[in-house]
Design a protein around this ligand. Structure first.
Ligand code: GRF
Length: 203
């Protein structure tokens, strides 16, 4: 299956997927990497891996709808089976998400449904949580609200800061995302109406 990755920043999740896809028995290949920022380091990583890249610069579009339309046109050009949001910092319109329903994954640095949105590590610290982590989910119209496929937990230490917590979470991200992408490429996970099916079982 053809995997298209969208990123906005450093692309460490992209890097984890690049490395996983080098494994001969990895059931998918990254067909392109797209960014909404021309200077995203993720583009460097993609170039180093000889992957095709494209930029749809959101500052060049008047509206969210126009940006999403241009992004979707680029995505269609590569004809992916799966679109992976990997640190993609754009809120996508309902039309865009519906067009890719069941083929769009996201990784979010919290144990959803806790802490949708930004600054998740600081919010977990402020709440005095002892457990934090990362979630991989199908993207639906609800921001960070789609059915969760898998989570990985991180213990919060008393001396943790938002930075140290983010580091621990990112380590788990880089393990979890390749596993979930592999499962998707193997046809093991599917999106139901508002649930995930894993090997045909309702998760
Ligand atoms: C990560 O923490 C990820 O959870 C969030 O974006 C951050 C940056 O990801 N979605 P990356 O290093 O650009 O892959």
């Amino acid at each position: 299956p053809r995997i298209l990755v969208l990123a906005s920043g450093s692309g460490t999740n992209l890097q984890a997927l690049i490395e996983a896809s080098r494994d001969r028995d990895f059931p998918g290949q990254i067909c392109a990497v797209g960014c909404n920022r021309p200077n995203a380091f993720a583009l460097e990583r993609a170039a180093q891996a000889h992957l095709e890249t494209f930029v749809v610069d959101h500052t060049k579009y008047e509206s969210r709808e126009e940006f999403d339309g241009a992004l979707m046109a680029e995505i269609r050009r590569h004809n992916p089976d799966l679109v992976v949001l990997a640190g993609f910092m754009r809120i996508l319109t309902t039309d865009f998400v519906r067009a890719l329903r069941g083929q769009l994954l996201n990784i979010h640095p919290s144990l959803l449904p806790k802490y949708t949105g930004l600054n998740t590590h600081q919010r977990a610290l402020d709440a005095g949580d002892h457990l934090h982590g990362v979630s991989v989910h199908f993207v639906t119209e609800e921001l960070d609200g789609g059915p969760v496929i898998a989570q990985a937990e991180v213990a919060v230490a008393p001396d943790d800061t938002a930075e140290s917590l983010a580091e621990k979470v990112q380590e788990k991200e880089h393990i979890l995302y390749p596993i979930v992408v592999r499962w998707f490429c193997e046809g093991r996970i599917k999106l139901g109406s508002d649930y995930v099916l894993f090997d045909g079982e309702l998760l």
